[in-house]
Design a protein around this ligand. Structure first.
Ligand code: GLU
Length: 361
């Protein structure tokens, strides 16, 4: 099966797979997972993205409440994360497998330079034969700068490390259709698939079908296979291979380089650039975006930020990194490139979004 042949696998464990309903770490289940993973050892690099810091912290601190204020959950996560990482470390150690902890904030993945640093750390952990155990850095994440769910985080990690497979283990067998049957394969997240979002949440996790589909979009564009499978029973990986019960999101065959894959799977955009038909035609031919074709800018962004390029009817055309701040574009929109230096009063690039920094949608 595909999973056996993957060179780099990211496995995402939801809170309910690693923490039981009494708030205890599920040692037996995790041990069965480790036994499954041992079969792959040496054949491929593995990453584990695990939730559960808040759930374990709550149990340790004897906090029963379900709705907890963000400031308090940051503190609870600080307590729980030590336990979470410690439990993994102890169990993997029994099987002579080394581990390392990586806590990630959105800036670490959404800023190109930092994303490259993150990638290097992962690569070096693979060289050291240590499995990175990843979680969001919940202790410093505030509402505005938070992934909030580990599904999208795991997908972004999969894209950044260049994984060929992401397996999301949760409390469902996969994606169900309207008649409650598992959908075996999905190759694009269209309106029929989006209609299946049910907004159901489990006891501890912050994700649901919606964040899993967001994760799938990232994977499909990044050339990474994604599976949703049930992590309730022991030996989840060998079970899914044997029973073939899961949903497989099949990636697009992509000729994009790593940088463009990173651009297209960006979590959000800081603004929009509206362009006219002439510029849209040029973009379609693979040309850069020039100031002359820009009709409007929306949002407040700095140079280098991820933006969407749309036509005058607000249809998405491309995603890219802007070479100018929104305040600058406001001054030079509609102008010829040779006028830019005069208007801004300094020398700058002539393309607003260079073709190497842009991916057509
Ligand atoms: N990072 C959170 C934790 O470890 C969980 C986020 C999620 O549920 O996906 O508790």
């Amino acid at each position: 099966m595909l999973i056996d042949n993957s060179k780099k696998i990211v496995i995402k464990l939801g809170s309910s797979t690693v923490v039981d309903n009494k708030g205890k770490f599920k040692k037996k289940w995790v041990t069965s997972l480790i036994k499954d993973l041992k079969k792959f050892r040496g054949k491929n690099d593995l990453v584990i993205v695990s939730s559960g810091a808040i759930a374990l912290g709550q149990n340790y601190l004897k906090i029963k409440k379900k709705k907890i204020k963000l400031e308090m959950s940051q503190a609870i996560a600080a307590v729980g994360q030590i336990h979470l990482a410690g439990e993994f470390q102890k169990l993997f150690d029994k099987y002579k497998i080394k581990t390392g902890q990586i806590l990630i904030s959105p800036d670490d993945t959404e800023q190109r330079r930092r994303a490259l640093n993150v990638r290097r750390t992962f690569d070096n952990l693979f060289k050291l034969k240590a499995i990175p155990i990843v979680n969001e850095n919940d202790t410093t994440a505030t509402a505005e700068i938070k992934y909030g769910d580990n599904d999208r985080l795991a997908a972004r990690v999969a894209q950044i490390v260049g994984a060929d497979t992401l397996i999301i283990l949760s409390d469902v067998d996969g994606l169900y259709d309207k008649s409650k049957k598992i959908i075996k394969t999905v190759s694009s997240i269209d309106s029929n698939i989006n209609a299946l979002i049910d907004n159901k949440k489990n006891l501890y996790g912050s994700g649901g079908i919606s964040t899993k589909l967001d994760a799938a979009k990232i994977c499909i564009n990044a050339g990474c296979n994604m599976f949703i499978a049930n992590g309730k029973k022991d030996n989840p990986i060998s079970n899914m291979i044997k029973n073939k019960i899961y949903t497989h999101f099949i990636p697009k065959i992509s000729s994009l380089d790593a940088r463009k894959k990173w651009i297209i799977s960006s979590l959000s955009s800081s603004g929009k650039i509206y362009i006219d038909q002439g510029a849209a035609r040029a973009l379609n031919k693979g040309k850069s975006l020039l100031a002359a074709g820009i009709v409007k800018v929306e949002g407040d962004f700095e140079k280098g930020e991820n933006i969407l390029v749309v036509d005058e009817n607000n249809n998405n055309l491309a995603r890219g990194l802007s070479s100018f701040a929104s305040s600058e574009i406001n001054k030079i929109k509609g102008k010829q490139s040779k006028e830019i230096e005069n208007i801004l009063g300094y020398l700058s690039k002539s393309e607003i979004v260079h073709k190497d920094d842009m991916v057509k949608l």
